[in-house]
Design a protein around this ligand. Structure first.
Ligand SMILES: Nc1ncnc2c1ncn2[C@@H]1O[C@H](COP(=O)(O)OP(=O)(O)OP(=O)(O)O)[C@@H](O)[C@H]1O
Ligand SMILES: [Mg+2]
Length: 258
């Protein structure tokens, strides 16, 4: 199958610290890939290299290739701002602009990019809020501040903001870790719907969540403190959680890990 994302021989550094060693992986279109592994093994670091967010950290550097539909996003002629528009990101803590209205939060990126037509922006806001499964809860208070929503609603608002610019890929770094179980299930349902249109990569510490939402799972691990993180196994999620190829994967998912 044609791969949407192809990562080849990726090495990631923070200054002199080699944080992630030689990762190669592929992500098919319209699928969900989960990144799992112990704290510090480089899940967030790898995720941030997929839309060139890593390099905004001073001293941070990447070697290797990340291809999106065959084009290297690290090629010299590629604009990182455009990359981040095509490959959107949702963070661990919902981060809406708190005093900005719900509607303006959703269309903030489009306004920045120069779209001014009010009616067009209203339509895009509605479509994105429907897509994020939030429309019914906020349609009567679109002009109220985004900071006035519950945590789970704020996270869906951030998802609406991410999809309003029509990205091809959505990266999510522990999007449910600050949410209650009901909001978590709402986001998981939403991920299941979004994958009809988008390619999704999600970092999670919740094994049930990885098993529920993802098609393939990547297990990252560390050989020891100060050692770089590496990809141990990438496989169908069903396989990872029933009969993984690597013993380290099995130890991790069954909780035998020390
Ligand atoms: N801004 C940074 N500057 C220097 N080192 C960093 C920075 N961010 C992360 N690191 C280091 O890179 C390694 C990988 O970190 P990363 O945040 O990717 O881990 P993670 O797998 O996402 O962990 P967690 O599950 O705790 O979120 C760690 O050793 C971490 O200390
Ligand atoms: Mg992380």
């Amino acid at each position: 199958m044609a791969k949407r994302i192809d990562v080849k021989d990726l090495n990631i550094y923070y200054g002199k610290f080699h944080a992630v060693d030689n990762v190669t992986l592929s992500v098919p279109p319209r699928s969900v890939t989960a990144f799992i592994g112990p704290s510090g093994c480089g899940k967030s670091t790898v995720l941030r290299t997929l839309n060139r967010m890593h390099e905004v950290i001073p001293g941070a550097r990447v070697d290797g290739e990340v291809l999106l539909d065959g084009e290297n996003i690290y090629a010299a002629n590629v604009d990182p701002v455009q990359v981040r528009r095509t490959i959107g990101m949702v963070f661990q803590r919902p981060n809406p602009f708190p005093t900005m209205s719900i509607r303006d939060n959703v269309v903030a990126g489009l306004k920045l990019a120069g779209t001014k037509n009010r009616k067009q922006l209203d339509e895009i806001a509605e479509r994105a809020l429907r897509g994020a499964n939030l429309w019914n809860e906020v349609k009567d208070r679109l002009n109220k501040p985004g900071g006035g929503l519950s945590g789970g609603q704020q996270q869906r608002l951030c998802i609406a903001r991410a999809i309003a610019v029509r990205p091809d890929v959505l990266l999510m770094d522990e999007p449910c870790s600050a949410l209650d179980p009901i909001s978590t299930l709402a986001i998981e349902d939403l991920i299941g719907e979004l994958k009809k249109d988008y390619t999704i990569v999600i970092v999670t510490h919740n094994m049930q969540q990885a098993a529920r939402v993802s098609d393939q799972t990547a297990f990252f691990n560390l050989a020891g403190i100060g050692q770089p993180g590496r990809l141990v196994e990438l496989n169908d999620t069903e396989k990872i959680f029933s009969n993984p190829n690597e013993k380290a994967t099995e130890d991790y998912i069954s909780g035998r890990f020390g």
